[in-house]
Write a protein that binds this ligand. Structure first.
Ligand code: DAH
Length: 337
């Protein structure tokens, strides 16, 4: 009888391997565990066995019963997992999962990070200063004459006679030099305010990046190489700068820099007004009066400074046509970057 039990075990294992549906599984269960099944038959035979054989045979039959039961259960779970019968209607397991909602960096913050990284690479570190500023730092210390038009209420938001919202990041030049001896190599990203009529290219609050480099023999050549390197890194290797003489009270000589038009590559188009060039920044050699107001000796040091609008360079790089988009928080705009 033991042989018969061993044979049944092998047989069962072959049969279960061929089962591939709930139906054939159920048939196998009935054949082995049913009321008139194989195991029931074995227990019946056990009654007729001799007293000595009974305990061992009984154990073998129970072992086979347990094996059959457990194997059937495992197979049942396997079939249920893969079976169509348990899939709820309308559920398509082959569809891709839903992506979780993800925010992204504001295009302006990203542009700022890119610009800062480029100047970091040239050894500049970041400094900052207050947005509510004294007239002294915003104008007087930067060599603005008392009757300079930018001091007009039309252009500047005044808090009172001496206090205003800074109109540029240049006041941080003087604040920084007051507290740090030369050499200086800083950039100053920050928010500035102008009393502007708002349109596609003018905002009442926007961002600038100031740069200041002061040491013993800094030249205009250093200024040109630094800014040309920045333009190539930010706008691509084809970007070229040209410098035009200009006037700023706090630099002498002063220049404005134009970049080859990113739309037409310099041929002339609507965006660049057919000139092939687009103005991107102001710059110059730091005026001796500015060094004096900051407590530096203009006989001992020279330096260059520059300033540009962050919105403006991001608009040029990405072809954004309206400065108001930066503040509207329309996700259709923001998610493109
Ligand atoms: N502060 C100027 C502005 O707001 C930009 C500027 C021009 C900054 C020349 C400078 C500079 O440091 O040297 O338009």
């Amino acid at each position: 009888m033991q042989q018969e039990i061993d044979g049944l075990k092998v047989e069962f294992e072959q049969e279960i391997a061929n089962v591939d549906s709930e139906k054939s599984l159920e048939a196998l269960r009935v054949r082995y565990l049913g009321r008139k099944g194989i195991l029931a038959g074995l227990f019946k035979q056990l009654g007729a066995a001799s007293k000595e054989d009974k305990p061992l045979l009984g154990k073998s039959i129970h072992g086979l019963q347990k094996l059959v039961q457990e194997t059937l259960d495992a197979k049942n779970a396997e079939i249920a997992l893969s079976g169509d019968e348990l899939t709820p209607a309308g559920f398509d397991p082959s569809l891709p999962g839903r992506l979780p909602w993800r925010g992204n960096r504001h295009v302006l913050a990203a542009a700022l990070d890119d610009v800062i990284a480029i100047f970091h690479g040239m050894g500049f570190s970041v400094a900052d200063g207050p947005e509510v500023e004294l007239d002294f730092y915003n104008f007087q210390s930067l060599n603005f004459p008392d009757d300079h038009p930018s001091r007009d209420l039309q252009d500047t938001f005044y808090v009172d006679n001496d206090v205003l919202l800074r109109t540029h990041t240049s006041p941080v030049q003087v604040r920084y030099m007051e507290n740090n001896p030369p050499p200086v190599r800083i950039i100053v990203p920050g928010r500035v305010y102008r009393n502007e009529a708002i349109d596609a290219s003018h905002a009442a609050e926007f961002h600038q990046m100031e740069g200041l480099y002061v040491d013993k023999s800094v030249t205009l050549g250093d200024l040109k190489t630094t800014l040309s390197h920045f333009a190539r890194e930010y706008f691509g290797p084809a970007a070229k700068l040209r410098f035009r003489p200009h006037f700023f009270p706090f630099t002498e000589p002063s220049a404005e820099a134009d970049m080859t038009c990113f739309i037409c590559g310099g041929k002339g188009c609507r965006v660049c007004g057919n000139t092939g060039w687009i103005e991107i920044l102001g710059a110059g050699m730091v005026h001796p009066n500015v060094f004096s107001s900051a407590g530096y000796n203009p006989e001992e040091v020279t330096g260059f400074a520059f300033g540009f609008g962050i919105e403006r360079i991001a608009m040029l790089k990405y072809g954004i046509e309206d400065i108001r988009l930066f503040l509207e928080n329309d996700t259709r705009f923001l998610s493109q970057f």
